[in-house]
Design a binder for this molecule. Structure first.
Ligand code: ATP
Ligand code: MG
Length: 390
């Protein structure tokens, strides 16, 4: 029999294929599919046909075609391989949880350099839905933290729809020094804010139409090229929608914890599902829930719950995280935002609500960033919440 058609295998070449596949990166998780444990059996027949088994996190993975193509090309480039067959499968839940942990650890060691002190807590202010008050909460929470003596960074990651400069009454351009971007600084009582935003680089009414990749580049630049100085906490005002920026953060600053802002009205299962998606895609820890636009108390002392009651509690409970506080509906929040004078600078009841929120966050016991398994636990809770939601 001709030795080239003999149906035995060539383990040496199979090993070379595995080594070569180290270079195939899962675009979403930013790590090698071999390191992530997605590559199963590899065999190479004596006539050079390589069969590679690849297990995806989900069979319906939108990147399936791309990964398959990358594997085909990469394996096909190995000497002695004449053709490649890719068998696509799906990871079982245990292997998937393991992959999440691995992805998180890889992201932590591969995260790019940043001048952000390792002791600074990083909180991404996010929501499943737009317009719930993320930016207003970010600006006022930052002010409240600064009033308590904290050194607070604000990274406005809403590249298209930046609103932080206006909310804080800041304008002008960012300066650079020694190759680093110098954030705009605002002294507030014993603390201060250090702020970066596209708003300091672009006109407010000029739509910054960037695609996902460039979007994450802009965020990357804000993380890597800004001289943040000594910060206690960095608040990141996230854009609503697709999750590109959350994905970028998971890769660039894997210690980011998400704070979910919701209103009392939102159907819990919808928000939980979106939050679940965010967590699943980004693999980030959840620090808690803030209910914004809670009941409104009029000048006569009567309370009106325009948007219903209990959405924040329900969401926090279903996610198994802390409800960090309620911020009432109050015209002073919108007016303060328009005037560039955050209401948290006052001494009224709304400022007190933000001060309480700030205290609650500072008092939180944060698990060490190297703790394994918490993201997997979070995902289980989310799955359970979505499944059992009414
Ligand atoms: N508690 C509140 N009481 C009254 N008005 C509020 C409150 N919170 C936010 N607003 C107003 O609601 C609008 C939306 O708020 P904001 O821009 O902070 O939301 P966002 O979640 O950042 O929106 P986007 O998703 O577009 O980034 C603004 O006009 C703001 O002034
Ligand atoms: Mg916003």
């Amino acid at each position: 029999m001709d030795e080239n058609t003999e149906p035995s295998t060539q383990p040496g070449i199979a090993e070379l294929v595995r080594t070569q596949l180290q270079g195939v990166i899962d675009p979403e998780l930013g790590a090698s599919i071999v390191e992530l444990g997605m590559v199963g059996d590899i065999s190479v027949t004596n006539d050079g046909i390589a069969t590679v088994t690849v297990a995806l996190t989900t069979a319906a993975c939108p990147l399936r075609g791309q990964i398959e193509e990358d594997v085909r090309r990469s394996a096909g480039s190995v000497d002695g391989v004449a053709g490649v067959e890719v068998v696509m499968g799906q990871l079982d839940p245990e292997a998937k949880a393991q992959l999440m942990d691995t992805a998180r650890k890889i992201a932590q060691t591969a995260a790019p350099a940043t001048s952000l002190p390792s002791s600074a807590r990083v909180l991404g202010i996010s929501s499943g839905k737009g317009g719930v008050g993320k930016s207003s909460v970010t600006a006022n929470l930052a002010v409240a933290l600064a009033r308590q003596g904290q050194h607070v960074g604000i990274l406005d990651a809403d590249i298209w729809g930046f609103s932080i400069p206006r909310l804080l009454g800041l304008d002008g351009a960012l300066e650079a020094k020694g190759g680093k971007i110098i954030p705009r600084r605002l002294e507030i009582e014993d603390g201060h804010l250090e702020v970066v935003s596209m708003g300091f680089l672009a006109e407010e009414d000029q739509a910054v139409m960037w695609r996902g990749l460039i979007l994450s580049r802009a965020v990357q630049q804000f993380i890597e090229d800004v001289a943040w100085g000594e910060l206690d906490v960095l608040l990141i005002d996230l854009p609503p929608g697709t999750g590109d920026v959350q994905m970028a953060l998971a890769r660039l600053l894997p210690r980011t914890e998400l704070v979910l802002v919701t209103t009392p009205q939102l159907a819990v299962q919808k928000v939980a599902a979106r939050a679940g998606d965010m967590g699943r895609r980004g693999n980030l820890r959840l620090a808690g829930v803030i209910e914004n636009m809670s009941s409104f108390t009029c000048a006569h002392g009567e309370t009106h719950a325009f948007f219903g009651v209990g959405g924040g509690e329900r969401l926090a409970e279903s996610l198994g995280v802390e409800l960090l506080g309620h911020i009432p509906i109050d015209a002073s929040i919108a007016a303060g935002g328009d005037a560039g004078q955050p209401v948290a600078l006052d001494d009224g009841s709304v400022a007190a609500a933000f001060a309480e929120l700030a205290l609650r966050l500072v008092a939180q016991q944060v698990p060490s960033s190297t703790m394994a398994g918490c993201s997997a636990r979070m995902l289980e809770l989310l799955d359970a919440a979505v499944e059992h939601a009414p």
